[in-house]
Design a binder for this molecule. Structure first.
Ligand SMILES: C[S@@+](CC[C@H](N)C(=O)[O-])C[C@H]1O[C@@H](n2cnc3c(N)ncnc32)[C@H](O)[C@@H]1O
Length: 349
């Protein structure tokens, strides 16, 4: 077992055996910061090609510095590396793994066996945010990771986190728009993850189909969808939940259908709404504890908007009206030649 600790608490503990856990354990906003989906312009596989910013400009994502930004992610990534925000993540999640999602370290551990990663394998983390979760997977399994995100501030935070953890050889981060066809050849990756981000991508079937193209035969896909409609929602709740930009609210059946249509073999589907309920409540409480500092950094409007967002996410999750599910699936193909040596996996359902 290789073991080492880097600054910030990412402990490298990868083994040739891999990890043995199973899953088990645009709205239109004008007159304020925001984006709206532009369905008229052409150029993407889904007919969706950019966002209209409040000034009416189109934020085309083929631009190397795409203007796909909202106040929410600007605030989160602009401040991500500040000690105060790290402290809030620690208070909220127990461990600061550099997440900007509902994911906890414990939950990520429960996902790992599904990915079958070990040294020599390559992971794509789609919409990786500030890169912490992808770096933690690389540190735990020894695989290499490529993280992509449309937000340049997220990628610069991820790149500096990789440098800080001396993982530059193992991890790379790039600005890329995952709503479009991606710039990688077929069969480039052994596994693909996308945590709490697929709801920002407009065409579920097209997105999953692109991921299948990028997976090697027998490659693994694991994503969480944090906006699965499982109960009645008011227009006001939807507006608050989706204020950060483009969101696709789906159903469980819609996700299952996308996996089936793309020819993936379903490994596990699990309701992980409780993690989201707890993460949202705890993040809100942690931020409340530093209210005056946060108001000084973010301004009153952003602070209150984020607190309101967290309150609504927590309530909708607690009442099981807007749920979060994890989907794990496998691309058909022969695994034997590529399997991690002596990998031992408990595959829970
Ligand atoms: C809730 S955050 C999750 C980030 C990360 N997966 C994590 O667990 O910390 C959602 C991420 O999706 C990214 N995103 C939104 N639209 C995207 C797109 N079209 N292409 C790539 N990333 C996108 C945002 O910039 C943001 O970093």
């Amino acid at each position: 077992m290789a073991q080492g600790t880097s600054p910030g608490g990412i402990t490298q503990t990868h083994t040739a055996r891999g990890v043995d856990d199973g899953i088990g354990t645009a709205s239109r906003v004008t007159g304020r910061r925001g984006l709206r989906q532009n369905t008229e312009a052409s150029g993407t596989r889904s007919g969706y090609s950019g966002y209209l910013l409040e000034d009416g400009a189109v934020g085309h994502t083929s631009n190397p510095e795409p203007r796909l930004k909202s106040g929410h992610y600007n605030t989160n990534y602009g401040n991500f590396q500040k000690e105060l925000y790290s402290r809030i993540r620690r208070d909220a999640y127990g461990d600061d793994i550099g997440q900007n999602s509902w994911l906890t370290a414990e939950e990520q551990d429960s996902f790992l066996s599904r990915l079958k990663l070990c040294p020599g394998k390559r992971l794509l983390d789609v919409a990786c945010g500030a890169g912490g979760p992808a770096l933690r997977i690389a540190a735990k399994t020894g695989c290499s990771v490529l993280g992509i995100d449309v937000h340049p501030d997220a990628i610069s935070a991820a790149s500096s986190l990789a440098a800080e953890h001396r993982m530059v050889g193992l991890a790379e981060f790039r600005v890329e728009d995952a709503a479009r066809s991606l710039s990688f050849p077929d069969s480039s990756f052994d596994a693909i993850t996308c945590i709490d981000s697929i709801n920002h991508l407009p065409d579920r079937r097209a997105v999953v189909s692109e991921w299948v193209r990028l997976l090697k035969p027998a490659g693994r896909l694991l994503f969480t969808d944090a906006t699965v409609v499982t109960g009645p929602l008011t227009n006001e709740e939807i507006a608050i939940r989706t204020y950060a930009g483009f969101y696709l609210l789906t159903t469980l059946a819609c996700n299952e259908e996308a996996l089936r249509q793309c020819g993936l073999r379903k490994l596990a589907i699990k309701d992980v709404t409780q993690t989201m309920a707890e993460s949202a409540h705890r993040r809100k409480a942690a931020r409340t504890a530093y209210e005056s500092e946060l108001r000084a950094i973010e301004g009153d409007h952003t602070y209150e908007t984020q607190q309101n967002f967290l309150a609504v996410v927590g309530r909708l999750a607690q009442e099981r009206r807007l749920s979060r599910f994890v989907f794990a699936a496998e691309k058909p193909g022969d695994l034997r030649k590529q399997e991690c040596a002596a990998i031992s996996v408990t595959e829970a359902t």
